[in-house]
Design a binder for this molecule. Sequence first.
Ligand SMILES: NC(=O)c1ccc[n+]([C@@H]2O[C@H](COP(=O)([O-])OP(=O)(O)OC[C@H]3O[C@@H](n4cnc5c(N)ncnc54)[C@H](O)[C@@H]3O)[C@@H](O)[C@H]2O)c1
Ligand SMILES: O=P(O)(O)OC[C@@H](O)[C@@H](O)[C@H](O)[C@H](O)CO
Length: 469
Amino acid sequence: MTAATDAGVRLSRPAVGLPTPPERIVHLGLGAFHRAHQAWYTAHASDAAEWGIVAFTGRSRDLVDRLTPQDAVYTLVERAADGDRFEFIPSIVRVEAGDDVPAFVAAVADPQVAILTLTITEAGYRLAAGGSPDREDALVASDVDLLHSALTGASVGDAILTARPATALGRVLLALDARRRAGAGPIALVPCDNLPDNGGLVQRALTGLAGRISPDLTEWLAASVSVVSTSIDRITPAIDTDAESQAVLEATGWLDAAPVVTEPFSDWVLSGEFPAGRPDWESAGVRFVDEIATWENRKLWMLNGAHTVLAAFGQTRGHTVVSTAIDDPVCRVLVEGLWDDDARQLPEFHLADYRAALLERFRNPRIEHRLAQIAQDSTTKMRLRIVPVAIGELEAGRDGSGCAAAIAAWMLGVRAGTAPLPDGIDAAAVAEFEASDRHTLLNALDPRLAADVGLTAHVADALAALETS
Ligand SMILES: NC(=O)c1ccc[n+]([C@@H]2O[C@H](COP(=O)([O-])OP(=O)(O)OC[C@H]3O[C@@H](n4cnc5c(N)ncnc54)[C@H](O)[C@@H]3O)[C@@H](O)[C@H]2O)c1
Ligand SMILES: O=P(O)(O)OC[C@@H](O)[C@@H](O)[C@H](O)[C@H](O)CO
């Protein structure tokens, strides 16, 4: 064991009796979710001993300081409604700070490494509407300039070591170019954030940026980087780390400075190639499919869409966490109505069991999933998770009333300040909540919805009903 303290004993790899697997996966954006999901699946694969993860944080070095003294081993607490289950996860073998760009570049350029996974949050991709890199974004623009001069200038070798792109995708491009120059071979890139077509989106973003940086890199990306699309699912809330460390100590006798709390359920669907190999993730329950869109839609529309609406509206009714909001009959009817519309747009699935399981997961009273944590950036989330279903319903000749009610609920959140105002709209513009205000907000979600007389009427009716409920 590496260190003993007054409070207990720190975890370490020798203490759990495990050898260190070789570093073959690099992760960027270490947080709770990567440790509850991709690291857990890797630890449960039949060939786990062959696959170690080097994990880079996103913006803070807090997890480096917590995990390094315990050899990056941590406790995963699976929190079921009826009790906790504790497991030590050994698949992460090294933790580094996200701003240590040279270490990240060296890790990705290592020929042993076959996979780069990302959890950098949706906002971390810095994409404009439509999924291309946001050219108006000052950090994206300065990374493009910096990488262009670093990778096409006279002394590229030095420039690769000293360049410090600020954005996550800028760092990924720098590291991929170092891999190209090292002749380290092809690699799979696996974005694990809640974005529809996350693989396609990252592929287009990287190709778009590389096109403004270096033709050699652009060509190599097309030939040697396989961007895999994923649907990722495991509810993993932010926690009070000190309190959970204490609980882990009491239950296991280990003092863990960085435990993770998650639900028992987990799901991972992937689509794409792994040209340099991958863990036997199927043995841990992962599904590989040729066509991922419907799997992604089911998860993003139903789970994340319901979360987005509950976060905006549930807080207006005094709820702070998902589990009490979903037990509020008004919220519950709203979510069921949304799921009815979703189900009509997902005819390939028989959804009764999925809906029942989702309800049970949302109702887990021991998972403290805070609505305020989920409510960020809700305009974009409404556009991605509710609007496509509403449009699909209108195009099918139906009324989209479940989506209309969800949109009305979001509007009440915007008015109450529990959901952010859409960009470019100030509070005064929607203060009265007259028909023109509703039109302004609907238009901010999608002009096609604002132009639909039937849907607009359903939104107005739902607003009136929700306001008096
Ligand atoms: N927590 C879940 O239940 C869950 C489930 C499915 C998918 N996800 C996806 O995983 C992401 C991370 O969730 P988490 O629970 O690990 O959150 P977290 O807050 O524990 O960790 C987020 C990580 O992303 C980094 N990050 C944040 N903003 C960034 C930016 N602009 N650029 C680069 N890195 C950035 C942070 O520094 C941190 O390393 C979510 O945003 C979501 O897309 C989470
Ligand atoms: O910020 P969001 O809306 O993408 O996600 C918040 C939660 O809905 C999300 O983290 C879920 O818990 C997760 O997607 C479950 O797999």
